[in-house]
Design a binder for this molecule. Structure first.
Ligand code: AMP
Length: 218
């Protein structure tokens, strides 16, 4: 199973990816998570990516494609994977086709989770994450402990720099301009399924399972 979760930041891709991962035992590959780890560890890539990410812009395609190809070659991706936050541009999607061709297996399914801009802004401004393990919280739906210490790893719970209002606006603009064209790209290939992201988490997950299972049968 090779799955792409497409959708604006805050659409719920990460939440669904974790549920799919637990059910189907395939890894979630989030380019945002990989980049944030590089930034925390102050690697060469992390130092290059930090300012770009803080501005809400996209890290260059060639860097992202190299990072993804390396990740997809890991043994845990043999039976499939969930791509969360990648591809984000047409050149990334084209690069992914080439990577999969080199790997000798292209069975992509793309699920777009669609959510309005107003809802995205509401969700992202209430999002908090653990600065160490990345666990997600939401001030309204899933509040963090009052001491703001992560119950999983003891890390400090913070607001991501790019979840602050000015950057949210920029990220949405970038999504509509650079990432939304992927909807047509995959529609033309007959690989796209769309889901209403305003529905409850479990309803969305059931719809995803139906899509994945219908594709498995065909
Ligand atoms: P995310 O956690 O997916 O919202 O990603 C956070 C930030 O990481 C984005 O705003 C971009 O700056 C960068 N990023 C993550 N994935 C990609 C990608 N596929 N292409 C370019 N930049 C990315």
């Amino acid at each position: 199973m090779q799955l792409i979760l497409l959708g604006a930041p805050g659409a719920g891709k990460g939440t669904q990816a974790k549920k799919i991962m637990e059910t189907y035992h395939i890894p979630q590959i989030s380019t945002g998570d990989i980049l944030r780890k590089e930034v925390r560890e102050k690697t060469e890539l992390g130092l290059k990516a930090k300012d770009i990410m803080e501005r809400g812009e996209l890290v260059p395609d060639d860097i992202i494609l190299k990072m993804i190809e390396k990740r997809l070659q890991q043994p845990d991706c043999q039976n499939g994977f969930i791509l969360d936050g990648f591809p984000r541009t047409i050149p990334q999607a084209e690069g992914l086709e080439q990577i999969l061709d080199r790997m000798g297996k292209n069975q992509l399914i793309v699920i777009e989770i669609s959510v309005s801009d107003e809802e995205i802004i509401r969700r992202l401004s209430n999002r908090r994450i653990c600065s160490i393990c990345g666990k997600d919280f939401n001030l309204i739906l899933n509040p963090p402990p009052v001491d703001m210490i992560c119950p999983v790893c003891g890390g400090k719970i913070i607001q991501r720099d790019d979840d602050k209002p000015e950057t949210i606006k920029k990220r949405l603009e970038v999504y509509r301009k650079q990432t939304e064209p992927l909807i047509k790209f995959y529609q033309q290939k007959g690989k796209l399924f769309r889901i209403d992201g305003l529905r409850p988490i479990e309803t969305i997950f059931n719809q995803i399972k139906e899509i994945l299972e219908s594709q498995n049968r065909s």
